[in-house]
Write a protein that binds this ligand. Structure first.
Ligand code: AMP
Ligand code: ZN
Length: 473
């Protein structure tokens, strides 16, 4: 399988450290608000990657953190604490907020058929691990104390900007947001590992540490939670593209300084979901949630389908028109699968199954090209094989795509059958006669039968899925 690696800026063969075993880590949500559908684009694409690895025979262990402490409004160390902001907004405690939005996140994931990772660990459960790693970084002279806080000293690394250079302007993001530069830092890029001198006097969550009562920085949590559950060597790390800097850059800095060797081989970054006003974000402006899609009558899986139609390394523009197009295509797709279920099934042809499936695998092996994988799904209808084989292929691809295709087609077919059963036997008899007349190319008779059916109060329509009969109101 080829995977684009953000570290090398090119597609590489994916080769895990230990044969078929894959150690995979995902940056989890900051649980101070609902996830928006931009966040969920990242989780959908990561879910597809995980499922395709499993489908290809890899034994994946996937770990995800829950950020319930330490994430400030700028991804650097400035601004307000996001959790505290959420708690103030809703007049609740930080832990109540964390609990509520963690549950909401997994409920949204379930609606989008996103599998829960094997291990989910909230940052607040790992304070001892953070303290251990920070203490070691101080011992190794990679970290220093200043003004009560502990900072990572980026000047100690031969290369800090591992994903590519970052402009001074990007480093000053906090300043742009009207927040004061932290004068304790020795170098502009240094970042906080542990806060004691919090500017938030009412910071709710604080823990004892060798440096006084305080709380961890955001970046340290992912390094420690990953090492706790996946060991010293990580195969694959995922996140949205905005995590590349500073978050993932800092994760690599502190993990490799602590371990003394390379930590993670492949970095998978999902590009953003944008609106016509720019990036969708939790902290600014209006954002769209799964519940809102449902309120507007969309099946959340239509949104999943919409995401799959484009490649994860391209930014994707959300609009209601674009979602409507995806809905129409999705409904048609389900109807075509339901029609396949009406055909004489036959036996699954193993040879044809393997031949056709190679098209799907080729698309997915090519850097998780889901838009080509969706094309491969449509190719199944055209394949030179029977309905049983086609249905088996669709079911097989859906182990990865997770669109509920077979289930939805079955439900549609059951609904169609129930509607048909309300149609009087005399009308059905004429419909069957008309089908035969069309087969015999006796169109005059077919037209006459249609008129008789219409006179009895029913209309008929020929569709790709067969003859549709409905009552004229
Ligand atoms: P957060 O809850 O803010 O920590 O973000 C959770 C995940 O969503 C991270 O991997 C982010 O990189 C990702 N993310 C944030 N905004 C977007 C967006 N507009 N489109 C896609 N992914 C995003
Ligand atoms: Zn992270």
């Amino acid at each position: 399988m080829k995977l684009y690696n953000s570290l090398s800026h090119r597609e590489e063969d994916f080769i895990p450290n230990e044969g078929k075993k894959v150690a995979m880590y995902t940056c989890g949500p900051t649980v101070y608000h609902f996830a928006h559908i931009g966040n969920l684009r990242s989780y959908i694409m990561e879910d597809i990657l995980e499922k395709y690895l499993r489908y290809s025979g890899y034994d994946v262990k996937r770990v995800m953190n829950i950020t319930d402490v330490g994430h400030l409004t700028s991804d650097g160390d400035t601004g307000d604490d996001k959790m505290l902001k959420g708690a103030r907004r809703e007049h609740k405690t930080v832990m109540e907020i964390a609990d509520f939005y963690t549950k909401a996140f997994f409920a949204d994931c379930a609606k989008l058929n996103i599998k829960t990772p094997d291990v989910v660990e909230p940052a607040t459960h790992c304070i001892d691990e953070f303290i251990k790693v920070i203490s070691s970084l101080i011992e190794k002279d990679y970290a220093y104390e200043a003004g009560g806080n502990i900072y990572f000293d980026t000047s100690k690394l031969s290369k800090y900007y591992v994903f590519g250079e970052v402009s001074e302007e990007d480093l000053e993001v906090g300043v742009r947001e009207g927040v004061e530069e932290d004068g304790n830092k020795r170098n502009k890029a240094d970042f906080v590992l542990w806060f004691t001198k919090s500017k938030f006097d009412d910071q709710e969550l604080k823990w004892e540490s060798p440096w006084g009562l305080g709380y961890p920085g955001w970046h340290i949590e992912c390094s420690c939670i990953s090492m706790k559950h996946l060991g010293e060597y990580l195969d694959l790390h995922c996140g949205g593209i905005d995590n590349q800097f500073p978050h993932h850059t800092n994760e690599i800095a502190q993990s490799e300084a602590f371990l003394g060797h390379k930590w993670c081989n492949y970095w998978f970054h999902v590009h953003h979901l944008n609106t016509d006003k720019g990036k969708m974000s939790k902290s600014s402006g209006e954002f769209l949630t799964v519940s809102l899609l449902e309120e507007k009558g969309y099946d959340p899986l239509v949104y999943r389908f919409f995401c799959l139609q484009s490649h994860y390394r391209k930014s994707l523009v959300f609009s209601w028109d674009n979602l409507d197009n995806a809905k129409q295509a999705f409904d048609k797709l389900i109807a075509r699968i339901a029609a396949l279920m009406n055909e004489a099934p036959g036996e699954v042809d193993k040879e044809a199954f393997e031949r056709v499936k190679a098209g799907f695998a080729a698309a997915m092996d090519d850097d998780v090209n889901t838009s080509n994988a969706v094309t491969a799904l449509y190719d199944v209808f055209k394949a030179d094989t029977n309905a049983a084989t086609k249905l088996a292929l669709i079911e097989d691809y859906d182990r990865v795509l997770s669109l509920g295709l077979i289930e939805k087609a079955r439900a549609l077919k059951a609904g169609q059958e129930a509607a048909q059963s309300d149609i009087p036997a005399e009308v059905m008899e004429l419909v069957e006669q008309r089908k035969q007349a069309r087969k015999d190319k006796n169109f005059a008779l077919a037209d006459e039968l249609r008129d008789r059916i219409t006179a009895m109060g029913y209309s008929i329509r020929e569709t790709r899925q067969g003859t549709e009969i409905s009552r004229i109101n």
